[in-house]
Design a protein around this ligand. Structure first.
Ligand code: HEM
Length: 458
C-alpha cells in the first residue's frame, strides 16, 4: 500500500492571461524576459497560460522550482521542439538525450568533470589566460566580451583536444554566435526549414564549420589510437571520453564521441564567456569591490601563478562570481520542460504534456530572497555578514536536480584562474560616456552592445 501523503490539490487553475497566446508568443520572441517578468508581477508565483495547443506553467518560487527539478525529475523531459533545435548541432549528446540514454551518458561523462579531474586542467587554463593577457598588453581599452570568448574557447580547446588555435578560434566563435541567433528564432516556429533553403545559408555554414572542426579532431585521435600513438589520451577530456565505459563495459562509438565533444565544446565555453563578461562589468562598475577582490588575490598569490590549491583561499573572489551569476545568469532561462505524467507542483496538478518554465534571471532578482535585488552586493553570500539565509532553489545559475550543469566546477575553476591572473596585473575600468550594458537573451545572456572596458596596469 502506498502510504505517501500528498498535499491537498488545489482544484482551481492557477491564474494567467487568457486566449491562445499568438500575441504573447510574439512578445516572448522579441524580448523573452520582459513579458515573463510582467506576467509574474501581475499573477504571482505560478502563471498558467495557453500557447496555441500547449498549456504552459511558469514557476518563480524556489520551493516550486525544487518540486519541478528535483522531486518531479522522472516525470519531465525537455521540451521536444527545443531539443530538436539543439540536436542539429549536438546530435544525441547528454544535453539532448532523455531517460536511460541520458543516464548512461551522464554516468560515463561524470568522472571527467569531477573536482579532482578539473584541478588537473588548471595549468591549461593558466596557459590560455596568459596568452590572452599578452595579447591585451598595452591596450588602454578593449572589447572585453570578445576577449573572454577567445580565452574560454582556448581553454576548452586545450582541455578537450590538448591544442589551441587562435585563428581558427575566431571563425568558430562567429559560427557559434550565428547558431545561437538562429536557434532563438527557430524556437518560435513549429518546424525548422531544411538547411538547403536560401535563408538558412548562415546556419548551414556555421554548422558545417563546427562539425568539420569537431570531426577532424575526433577522427584524428581515433586514428592515432588505432596505431598506438596516443599522446595525452588519458589527460584531456577527449581522452577521458575515449576511455569511459558504461555498466556493461561499452564505450562511446565514434558518432557518440563527436556529439559529446560538440556539446562539451559549445556548452563549455559560451556560458563561461558570458559569465566572465558580466563579472568584468560588475568589477569595472564597482571599483571599491574590485579593489577588495584584487587585494585578496594579491595577499594569496602575490606575483605567483595560481594553482588549484590556491583557489579555495579566494572566498571574496568566489562571492563576486556568485553575485554576478545571480544578477546576470548566462542560462537566464532553463530549457523548457514537458511533463510525461501528471505532477504536483505548488499544490496544483499539472496534466501530462504540460510545458514548464523556470527562469533563474527572474527568481534571482526576487526581493523576497535578495535584499536590494538590483544591487551588486557579493557580501550577501558571506554567511558571517548578516544577510538573511538564501533559500535553496533561489540561486540556480547552474540549474538544479539530476540535470544540473555537468561543467559547473570546470566553469568556476576556469573563471577563478582567468580572473585572478587578470586582477594580478590590471584594474578593469568602465569607460566614461558609455551607458551600462543591458542584458539580452540569445541562448546565453549577453550585453546588448559589445562591452568595451578600460585596462589600467596595477
Ligand atoms: C558559467 C558557466 C556555465 C553556466 C552558467 C552553465 C549553466 C548550465 C545550466 C543552467 C544547465 C542546466 C540547464 C537546464 O536544466 O535546463 C547546464 C547544463 C549543462 N552544462 Fe553547463 N553551464 C556553464 C558551464 C559549463 C561548462 C564549462 C560545461 C562543460 C565543460 C558545461 C556543460 C554542460 C552540460 C553537458 C549540460 C547538460 C547536462 C545534462 O543535461 O545532464 N557547462 N549548464
Amino acid at each position: 500500500m502506498n502510504t505517501q501523503t500528498l498535499a491537498p490539490t488545489k482544484t482551481a487553475l492557477p491564474p494567467g492571461p487568457a486566449g491562445l497566446g499568438f500575441d504573447r508568443l510574439r512578445a516572448l520572441s522579441r524580448d523573452y524576459l520582459g513579458p515573463l517578468r510582467q506576467w509574474h508581477a501581475q499573477y504571482g508565483d505560478v502563471v498558467r497560460q495557453r500557447f496555441v495547443h500547449l498549456v504552459d506553467y511558469s514557476f518563480l518560487h524556489p520551493d516550486h522550482i525544487r518540486e519541478v527539478l528535483v522531486a518531479s525529475h522522472d516525470q519531465l523531459i525537455r521540451w521536444e521542439r527545443g531539443t530538436e533545435v539543439f540536436a542539429s548541432a549536438h546530435g544525441h549528446s547528454v544535453l539532448v538525450a532523455e531517460g536511460a540514454d541520458w543516464q548512461r551518458q551522464r554516468q560515463m561523462l561524470q568522472p571527467a568533470f569531477a573536482p579532482r579531474r578539473v584541478e588537473s586542467f588548471v595549468p591549461r587554463m593558466v596557459e590560455a589566460a596568459r596568452e590572452g593577457l599578452q595579447r591585451w598588453q598595452g591596450l588602454a581599452e578593449f572589447n572585453f566580451e570578445s576577449a573572454m570568448t577567445q580565452v574560454t574557447m582556448e581553454v576548452i580547446m586545450r582541455a578537450l583536444f590538448s591544442r589551441g588555435d587562435e585563428q581558427q578560434g575566431r571563425a568558430i566563435a562567429a559560427a557559434v554566435h550565428d547558431l545561437g541567433v538562429e536557434a532563438m528564432q527557430e524556437f518560435y516556429w513549429p518546424v525548422s526549414a531544411p538547411l538547403w533553403m536560401p535563408w538558412k545559408a548562415r546556419k548551414r555554414r556555421a554548422l558545417q564549420l563546427l562539425k568539420r572542426f569537431i570531426e577532424a579532431e575526433v577522427d584524428h585521435r581515433l586514428a592515432r589510437n588505432e596505431t598506438g600513438e596516443d599522446p595525452g589520451a588519458s589527460t584531456d577530456l577527449l581522452g577521458l571520453m575515449l576511455a569511459a565505459q558504461d555498466a556493461q563495459g561499452q564505450g562511446f562509438d565514434a558518432h557518440a564521441l563527436r556529439d559529446e565533444c560538440m556539446t562539451t565544446f559549445l556548452a563549455g565555453h559560451e556560458t563561461t564567456a558570458a559569465a566572465l563578461t558580466w563579472w568584468g562589468w560588475c568589477m569595472a562598475s564597482h571599483p571599491e569591490e574590485q579593489r577588495r577582490v584584487a587585494d585578496e588575490v594579491q595577499a594569496v598569490l602575490g606575483e605567483r601563478t595560481p594553482t588549484a590549491a590556491d583557489l579555495p583561499l579566494l572566498p571574496r573572489l568566489a562571492r563576486s562570481f556568485k553575485e554576478s551569476l545571480r544578477l546576470y545568469p548566462p542560462a537566464a532561462a532553463l530549457f523548457s520542460r514537458r511533463t510525461t505524467a501528471p505532477v504536483q507542483v505548488a499544490g496544483y496538478t499539472l496534466p501530462a504534456g504540460s510545458m514548464v518554465r523556470i527562469t533563474p534571471a527572474l527568481t534571482q532578482r526576487d526581493p523576497r530572497w535578495f535584499l536590494e535585488p538590483e544591487a551588486f552586493r557579493p557580501d550577501r553570500f558571506d554567511p558571517t555578514a548578516g544577510h538573511p539565509e538564501i533559500p535553496r532553489g533561489a540561486w540556480l545559475p547552474f540549474g538544479a536536480g539530476p540535470r544540473v550543469c555537468l561543467g559547473s566546477h570546470f566553469a568556476l575553476t576556469e573563471m577563478s584562474v582567468v580572473a585572478a591572473l587578470l586582477l594580478q596585473r590590471y584594474e578593469l575600468q568602465a569607460l566614461p560616456g558609455r551607458r551600462a550594458p543591458q542584458p539580452r537573451l540569445d541562448i546565453t545572456l549577453r550585453p546588448d552592445l559589445p562591452l568595451h572596458l578600460g585596462l589600467k596596469r596595477r
